[in-house]
Every structure is written in C-alpha cells, then in structure tokens.
Write a protein of this length. Structure first.
Length: 113
C-alpha cells in the first residue's frame, strides 16, 4: 500500500516568495496556582492576573488591563434582626456587664474590710 499526497499548485510557494513566517506561540508558567482558587481569586489582584494571563495567551493584548479595586467602598448592609442584635449587645449587654463587674468588685472589697 502506498500513500501519495499531491500538493495543489496554490499550496506550493513560488520560488520568489519568502517562506511563511511561523505563528508566534505563547506560554505562561506559574509556580503555584493557589492564587486562582475560589477563596483566593478576589484577593490582591489575583483576578486581574488570571484574566490578563488568559487574554495574553489568546493574543487579545488590547484586553489586558489593571481593573479598579471594587472592594474599596462596599457598604455594610444589615438586616433588621442583625441591627437589633448589635444594638442590644452594644447598648444593654456591655454596659450591664461592666456594671455587674463593678458591683461584684466593690462588694468583694467591702466584705474584706
């Protein structure tokens, strides 16, 4: 059995044409990819690194950018029951604990005299 491959005249380069330039190949090497895990992706620009690495490998150099840090100004949103619990602890329980501690300390000193 013989296999024969015949090149069409369109595929063979003309003698005056330079050979085709090989396509550029890109490779990234990371020593550790823990920075791309779910719990680490949002920290310290890891998401930017991951997105920029993929864009660079895809030769989408115009998509490579350093994005603004969105975590700088996130308001704390509390539900009504959470807000009520915080008020109870800070306005009632903590002062009550201080008063009870003071009372116990003062009555202990009075008994020793």
């Amino acid at each position: 059995t013989h296999a024969l491959e015949e090149k069409s005249p369109q595929e063979t380069p003309a003698p005056d044409e330079p050979p085709a330039k090989p396509k550029e190949q890109r490779m990234l090497v990371f020593g550790d990819i823990d920075c791309f895990s779910n719990n680490m992706l949002a920290l310290n620009g890891n998401r930017d690194l991951a997105l920029n690495a993929v864009n660079w490998l895809a030769e989408a150099d115009d998509q490579i950018t350093i994005r603004d840090d969105e975590s700088k100004s996130k308001p704390l949103v509390l539900e009504n029951n959470q807000l009520a619990w915080i008020r109870l602890v800070s306005m009632v329980l903590v002062p009550l604990l201080v008063a009870v501690t003071g009372f116990v300390t003062a009555s202990g000193r009075n008994k020793s005299h």
